[in-house]
Write a protein that binds this ligand. Structure first.
Ligand SMILES: [Fe+2]
Length: 210
């Protein structure tokens, strides 16, 4: 989706991004895409302006925990089996540890720093409580984590993987609509669905970010 991080990252984020890139180019690109999508959804939700940058940063680092996943699982060119999925699922806790370790240096602004750490930990919690790591449900899930989940899902489906083609925007939205309420916060999905149709971030649209 995007080819450059431009000037939209602070220096610690850049270090995390480059480290992720060294480990797995796909994950690094996905982190960028999710950051921009999360920011756009936050904007459409009319979140306060000063929350949009830390929300975007949460997206930029949300999958950094994947750098701790062994190569034969992280880079496997086929679908993962159940045991391998259990290992992949540890990435949210690994990411939380990495981000928490650096947040006091980089994100001295107390609330956003804590929100970024929580968003990374909980970005795979499902609205119906079937997600991980804590099985939180509904509004128990931190708001930024609910935003990241939608951005994450949209980008993951619309980007190709080694073992499958990209899903079209239309098919992705149809899948996400069916799963809203169980998988994602239905109120946020509705806002996302309206926002993405006219957004430069829509899959297949010409991107204008640097
Ligand atoms: Fe993730």
């Amino acid at each position: 989706m995007f080819t450059s991080m431009g000037d939209s990252m602070n220096y610690i984020d850049r270090a995390i991004h480059v480290a992720t890139q060294e480990r797995d180019e796909y994950t690094a690109q996905h982190d960028l895409n999710v950051g921009y999508l999360a920011e756009a959804l936050g904007h459409a939700m009319q979140l306060p302006e000063n929350e949009l940058v830390p929300l975007r940063e949460a997206g930029f680092v949300h999958d950094v925990g994947k750098i701790g996943i062994p190569d034969d699982i992280l880079l496997k060119p086929h679908r993962l089996d159940a045991g391998e999925w259990e290992i992949i699922k540890t990435h949210s806790l690994r990411g939380e540890r990495i981000v928490a370790a650096q947040s006091s240096v980089c994100w001295g602004r107390a609330r956003p720093a804590g929100d970024i750490v929580k968003a990374v930990r909980h970005h795979h919690e499902h609205y119906d409580g079937s997600g991980y790591p804590d099985g939180l449900r509904g509004d128990e899930i931190p708001l930024w984590a609910r935003i990241l989940l939608i951005a994450d899902c949209y980008d993951a489906l619309t980007e190709p993987r080694a073992y499958r083609l990209a899903t079209s925007h239309e098919d992705t939205m149809a899948i996400m609509k069916v799963e809203a309420g169980a998988f994602s916060d239905p109120r946020l999905f509705e806002i996302f669905a309206r926002m993405i149709e006219t957004s430069p971030l829509k899959a297949g649209a010409t991107k204008t970010y640097q």
